[in-house]
Write a protein that binds this ligand. Structure first.
Ligand SMILES: [Zn+2]
Length: 314
């Protein structure tokens, strides 16, 4: 006899910065405020079943149904903001979530290039940032004049940004090598007397924070060591993931079963995601391909949305 089909559907919502929007003089970080976050969580729990990571994992693997439309919350990059959100909002409500953690800040005490860019943009006027960033790049990597196709591609990748910012983000996140961006932003932070260790301490959860969250029933997932897009790492991808998995296993006492592909959109998803997940022991791989997970689900290509896309889907 065949097992009955798995029923239910799952919407995974992801969060990055959760902090007061006016904390920095310029845009660059697009946070949700702690009050809006709490309100959003309350609204979702009134309308949907809040799945635990274990329930979600079994559903995505086709092993167990969900009790109707369900929501799982996820948080990318291991930020201090997420520890606060868990303590103040999720834990009192008994909601368990998935926190995807990048290990470089933990192991090397070095911030991720992407967060240095966010901080610099939030604290530098936009034109000044673009000029200073270009000047900090080695000659061969400067923008010059991007053609129409490159600009159209940028707008498609970052529909929520102004065209100049979309182009800059496309170059920073997808076109320029991660180490080139890393070196340029490190130089810009040095010029502002901002040290790596202080930056990390302010922005990222520490090992004891993560361990405590795991002990409270949250799931700590992998998100790469360097936060470079997996699609761009080539032969270096396995080493990057090994470093990430080793670190999280040591911190939490168990190997991560979930992975979130940095940047998550189509261009950033690793080729042969299923094989990659099997190789590294991941049961679930999440993207930013938008939508509910239902019907035939590939557990290595799970759909997910950003918090600002919630109105479209919930
Ligand atoms: Zn990320």
């Amino acid at each position: 006899m065949n097992a009955p089909p798995v029923t239910g559907k799952l919407l995974i919502v992801t969060y990055h910065y959760i902090r007061a929007p006016k904390a920095a003089p310029y845009p660059g970080i697009h946070p949700i405020s702690p009050a809006d976050f709490a309100a959003q969580v309350n609204e979702m729990r009134e309308r949907y079943h809040m799945a635990t990571p274990v329930e979600a994992e079994r559903f995505l693997q086709g092993e167990a149904s969900l009790p109707g439309p369900s929501v799982l919350l996820s948080f990318d990059d291991g930020m201090v903001d997420h520890g606060e959100a868990a303590r103040r909002v999720l834990d009192p409500l008994g909601i368990r979530s998935v926190f995807f953690v990048t290990s470089r800040p933990l192991v090397e005490k070095k911030p991720l290039a992407v967060h240095k860019v966010h901080w610099l943009r939030a604290n530098t006027d936009p034109r000044g940032f673009r000029e200073e960033f270009e000047a900090a790049l080695p000659e061969g990597w400067r923008a010059g004049n991007a053609d129409a196709a490159e600009r159209a591609d940028a707008t498609r990748r970052y529909p929520y940004d102004a065209p100049e910012d979309a182009l800059l983000k496309t170059r920073i996140n997808g076109k320029l090598p991660n180490d080139v961006v890393d070196a340029a932003t490190a130089a810009m932070l040095r010029a502002r007397n901002v040290g790596d260790a202080a930056f990390c301490q302010q922005l990222y959860l520490g090992e004891s924070d993560l361990r405590a969250m795991a002990e409270r029933g949250h799931c700590i997932g992998a998100h790469g060591h360097s936060h470079a897009a997996f699609s761009r790492l080539g032969a270096a991808l396995d080493a990057d993931l090994h470093a990430n998995v080793d670190c999280l296993t040591q911190v939490c006492g168990a190997a991560p079963a979930w992975v979130s592909y940095p940047y998550g959109r189509e261009w950033a998803i690793p080729p042969e995601a299923g094989a990659l997940c099997r190789r590294h022991g991941f049961r679930v791989g999440v993207t930013l391909n938008l939508g509910w997970n239902e019907g035939a689900i590939d557990p290595a290509l799970v759909k997910r949305i950003n918090t600002n896309e919630l109105a479209q889907f919930a």
